[in-house]
Design a protein around this ligand. Structure first.
Ligand SMILES: [Zn+2]
Ligand SMILES: [Zn+2]
Length: 240
């Protein structure tokens, strides 16, 4: 495991974390793509750079740099690349005394730091959005809970009102029946009064009691009249 100047052990890939595609910021140490160093000193992954001219077996291919828009030669970032290219990716550039290597690495560090800052801002915004969405969801959930309780109460109330309406209907039916029977009774009593019309009205309770007595008598006489007796057919068969 490599050691830094302070003697601390460092992760083998940590010193390569700055190597990234200058276009999409994919990391070299993720080892998902092939990387290229172009002669303009821009670094790209295979997705972000394209070969603009065919290569001959002895020569490096020509790429079209998407940052500086130049047609440049490029080399794949491998262990076997020429030493003066490989030194650009030296894990401890300050030890080799090459200013250009340090400048190159510093420039890449800055570029990658800006990308990280942008991503961190996006993350902050997203986490704020998530918090807002959470609080909205919580609010909606509480509202839904309250609505459920309200609905339950309203359903109970609706059941109670239905039962009350049914009771009232039954009561009204009973009252209507009672009214009908009362009106029938009063009709029959008024018809009895009609039979004793001619007598002066307004004599008070004595007259009323006598009329009631009369109506009772008339009812009794009507009952008597209703008695069924033998039927006598007319007798014309012989003369006496
Ligand atoms: Zn890329
Ligand atoms: Zn370039």
């Amino acid at each position: 495991m490599p050691r830094s100047q302070a003697g601390q052990t460092v992760e083998p890939e940590a010193c390569k974390l700055w190597i990234h595609c200058n276009s999409c910021c994919a990391l070299f140490c993720d080892k998902k793509h092939t990387f290229f160093l172009l002669a303009c000193h821009h670094v790209f992954c295979e997705r972000c750079v394209k070969v603009s001219a065919g290569r001959t077996p002895s020569d490096a291919p020509i790429f079209e740099c998407s940052t500086c828009r130049r047609s440049v030669r490029g080399r794949q970032l491998t262990n076997s690349m020429p030493n003066h290219f490989k030194q650009l990716f030296h894990p401890e550039p300050f030890t080799i005394g090459n200013d250009f290597v340090e400048t190159f690495q510093r420039g890449n560090h800055r570029h990658f730091d800006k990308y990280k800052e942008r991503k961190e801002l996006e993350m902050d915004k997203l986490s704020k959005d998530i918090e807002v969405a959470k609080s909205v969801c919580q609010k909606r959930f509480l509202e839904a809970q309250m609505l459920r309780v309200e609905r339950k109460k309203l359903m109970q109330r609706s059941r109670y009102i239905k039962a009350e309406v049914a009771n009232r209907k039954a009561e009204m039916h009973r009252m209507a029946q009672a009214y009908r029977s009362r009106s029938l009774t009063s009709q029959s009593s008024s018809s009895a009064q009609c039979s004793v019309r001619g007598r002066p009205r307004g004599r008070g309770t004595a007259t009323q009691s006598s009329s009631r007595r009369r109506s009772k008598e008339s009812r009794e006489s009507a009952k008597r009249q209703q008695i069924t007796s033998f039927i006598h057919p007319p007798n014309h068969s012989f003369d006496l």
